[in-house]
Structures are given as C-alpha cells and as structure tokens.
Design a protein around this ligand. Structure first.
Ligand code: KG4
Ligand code: ZN
Length: 348
C-alpha cells in the first residue's frame, strides 16, 4: 500500500424527499479505494403519505428541520470533526429546486465558516456511481447502467470510471413516476412502487398492456402511454374493482414496464459489447426487474451489479461516491460563492 494521502468527503443530499448525509474516506491512488464511514438518511415518506405525493414546499421545510441533526449525526457516526473534512459535496441538481437549495445553501454556510471547498455533485451521477460502492477495482468495462428512479429513467454506457455517455432516457414520465401514478389509479398508498410490486405477486391474468417505444430504433423510453393504457383499461371495467382485478392490473403493468426496460437494456448491451450491467435508482428495488435483468445478464454472459436496497433509493453515500470519482477525474473544487442549486442539471 502506498502512502497516498487520505481524503474525507462530507456529502449532503436533499434533492427530493430524503435528507441525507454521509462521510467517505478514500485514497486517490491508481485504483479506486474508499470506505463509507457513515451514512444517515431521514426519510419524509410519512409526511408525504398524507398528500399522496411530495409537495415541494413541505419537503423543503422538512429538510430545513432535518439537515443539521442529519449532518451532525453523520459526522459523529464517522468519528470526525469538521477540521477532518477535505471536501463538502452537496447534491446541487437535478431535483426540486426548493429542496436542493436547502442542502446546497447549508453546504455553502459550512464551507464559508470552515474554508472547506465544495464539490457540487449531480444526483444522477450519484445513482450511476452507486453501482461501484463495493469492489470498484473489479468492475469490468464497458458497463451498461440502467438508472430507474422516481424522476429519471436512463441508459448510460460507461467506457471506464471517467468516460460515460447517456444513450437513452424517458421522453415523458420516469419509470418510478409511472409506478406511483398507476398505484394511485388503484388507490394504493404512496409511494406506489413497492405497493404495486407487492400486489403484482397476487396477479393471475395478464391484460397484455402495450410496450411503448419497444420497437423504436433508439434507447428512449415512454411510460406515460403505458400509464394511460392502464387508465383506459380501468375506465372500461364496471363497478368497484375486485382485489383480484387490481392484482391483475398491477402484475400486467409491472410486466410491461419491466419487459421494456430489460429488452432495451439488453439491446444496448449487445450493441456496445458491455461486460457488466448495473441497475440502480429506487425502482431497482423492484424484485421482478432485478430477477429479469439478472437472468438476461446471465444469458448474455455479462456481470450484473445491483447495489444494496439502501443504496438504490436516495441517500448521501452515493453522492459521496460520485464526488470521490469526480475528484479522481480531476473535477476542481468550487468556492462557496460560486455554487448554486441547478434543478435542471442533466448528465450527458
Ligand atoms: O431513486 P429514488 O429513491 O428517488 C428519486 O430519485 O426519484 O426512487 C423513488 C422511486 C419511487 O417512484 C418509488 O415508487 C420507486 O422508486 N420504487 C419502486 C420500488 N421501490 C421504490 N418501484 C417499483 N418497485 C419497487 N419495489
Ligand atoms: Zn434519486
């Protein structure tokens, strides 16, 4: 082991409805080498259940209440003081602007008071790099990364840890958004994704919903059409929906969504000769999607990586990991006065 300098990153995530902070310790040697010293996530699910979805101002207010205790706990759990931290990495986009501002401005305040520089970090690059939380040095490239969350659905080809390209994304609703909306049509509680997948296991008859954009010669997705197909199907059914009909619809919707995701991913794996498939984002918690993609990867003789559940849904570990890789890729730290939340910051 070389005597490479140890760096510590304090990451902060407030892009949607989880207030999170984490501390990463790593080395900037030839190979990626880091450990997560702490990770704290304060979920707002109970608050947003009451409205059936995230109300941005309510989320922002909860972030303001939670941010100081969450960051303090992350530092305490890691056994570090502010003077031990080399970089502060807040998620500065994409996300809900009023939520992003809380984490970003908090990071700026810490930075101004302590002189620690800031590494503005992209939320989607967090989901992307979350796949390399364990054994990063063993990753085989090219990697095809399917990121499926409440706000985004994208396919990214990674040539190595530095060079990546978004080859496709949703043209309308994200996969998670469609799960949440279909759950609402079936009167299931928020967040709908886990509820749909639970109910889908009881489904018996497949309605055979359409697979939007499956045949298109590109890697984009559309989930709004699928959601509308569910709506039209439900409108045609007379009276109150029986539990079995609800389960059939949940299963049929899940089958259609998973089918499109897996088929398009595998087409890209073939075209880009990928050796690894990674699956991340909140919808990666979906059992059916994990199983189908793992099976397809096996058939294609590709490695399959899916992070632990707690790393799939929003967290600050993934932000720290992305900041660590960005630093290795020569991202320069930015003075607090130049940092700004950017709700539309897309990776390319
Ligand atoms: O990545 P994430 O925590 O937040 C965003 O960045 O959006 O993803 C949240 C999304 C929600 O839409 C939620 O319904 C979905 O992930 N989700 C699931 C499952 N668990 C969470 N979707 C399908 N099946 C699941 N088991
Ligand atoms: Zn996310």
């Amino acid at each position: 082991m070389t005597n490479m300098k140890q760096i510590r990153i304090l990451s902060i995530e407030t892009s949607c409805d989880e207030t999170a902070a984490a501390v990463l310790e790593g080395k900037l040697g030839a190979k990626p080498e880091f450990t997560i010293k702490s990770s704290v996530v304060k979920s707002q699910i109970e608050i947003h259940k009451k409205t059936g979805g995230v109300v941005p101002e309510v989320a922002a207010r909860a972030h303001m209440q939670n941010i100081l205790p969450v960051v303090t706990k992350a530092m305490k759990d890691a056994g570090v003081e502010l003077s031990d931290i080399d970089y502060i990495a807040p998620t500065t986009g994409p996300g809900l602007v009023v939520s992003l501002i809380v984490g970003t401005e908090f990071a700026k305040g810490l930075s101004m008071a302590s002189g620690i520089p800031i590494l503005p970090t992209n939320h989607m690059s967090g989901h992307l790099y979350s796949a390399f939380a364990s054994n990063p040095a063993k990753a085989k490239f090219p990697v095809l990364s399917l990121i499926v969350s409440g706000g985004h659905t994208m396919l990214v080809v990674m040539k190595d840890f530095k060079n990546y390209k978004v080859i496709g994304q949703t043209v309308d609703d994200a996969a998670g958004e469609a799960f949440d909306k279909v759950a609402r049509l079936l009167s299931l509680p928020y967040p709908g994704g886990p509820e749909i997948s639970k109910l889908a296991t009881k489904g018996k008859t497949d309605v055979n919903f359409p697979r939007p954009m499956l045949g298109d010669p590109n890697y984009n997705f559309s989930f709004a059409g699928l959601k509308t197909a569910v709506l039209y199907h439900l409108d045609k059914l007379p009276g109150k929906l029986s539990p079995q009909i609800k389960a059939d619809v949940a299963m049929s919707f899940e089958n259609a969504a998973v089918d499109v995701l897996v088929q398009k991913t595998m087409r890209a794996v073939k075209q880009y000769k990928c050796k690894t498939i990674s699956l991340s984002g909140g919808v990666a918690a979906n059992r059916k999607l994990r199983e189908e993609l793992a099976g397809a990867a096996k058939t294609a003789k590709a490695d399959f990586i899916v992070p632990d559940f707690e790393l799939c849904t929003d967290n600050a570990q993934m932000i720290a990991i992305a900041a660590y890789f960005n630093l290795r890729n020569n991202q320069k730290a930015v003075p607090a006065s130049k940092v700004k939340a950017d709700p539309a910051w897309e990776i390319h």
